[in-house]
Write a protein that binds this ligand. Structure first.
Ligand code: NAG
Ligand code: NAG
Length: 138
């Protein structure tokens, strides 16, 4: 009898511990989002762009501020490794805030590429696995 009780309370505790680990794992799950620019490799990015991440419902959860890109800047224009389950990555040229563009993601890492200037700019999604590699091929 006592042995039975002990073993069932042990397995109850185990289930409890596994459940806590599971919750903790859910809590810390975050995603890696990156915007690259071409640097001086090919189609360059020249300008100042405001970059920020929202919850896809109007709330800014990460504001990277206004960032400039140029021939000489590093390939990684923006990176955030703590993006939540649902997030939208927004960007607009400082001269044209209404031209805001964004991509939304759910439970995935993401990679985007920015090229052009503040008048004529391209903001596109890229394959995450080849995010930085071979950045010339948008
Ligand atoms: C979006 O935001 C509005 C206003 O804050 C809120 O009422 C609504 O529940 C939100 N929707 C989602 C899906 O979070
Ligand atoms: C996030 O993505 C960037 C671009 O692919 C990569 O360089 C970086 O190592 C990634 N970070 C993590 C923690 O995986």
């Amino acid at each position: 009898m006592f042995t039975m009780q002990d073993s069932s309370s042990v397995s109850r505790n185990l289930i409890f511990i596994i459940f806590i680990i599971f919750l903790f794992d859910l809590r810390v799950q975050s995603y890696n989002t990156t915007i690259i620019t071409n640097g001086d490799n090919c189609d360059p990015c020249v300008g100042i762009f405001h970059v920020y991440v929202t919850d896809c419902n109007g709330s800014v959860i990460r504001d990277a501020g206004k960032r400039s890109c140029s021939f000489f800047d590093p390939t990684v224009f923006f990176n955030w490794e703590e993006a939540p389950d649902l997030y939208c990555v927004h960007l607009y040229p400082q001269t044209h805030p209404p031209r805001n563009r964004y991509f939304g993601y759910r439970s995935t890492d993401s990679c985007m590429i920015l090229a052009g200037d503040e008048e004529t700019w391209h903001f596109e999604q890229r394959d995450v696995a080849n995010c930085i590699k071979d950045s010339c091929k948008g």
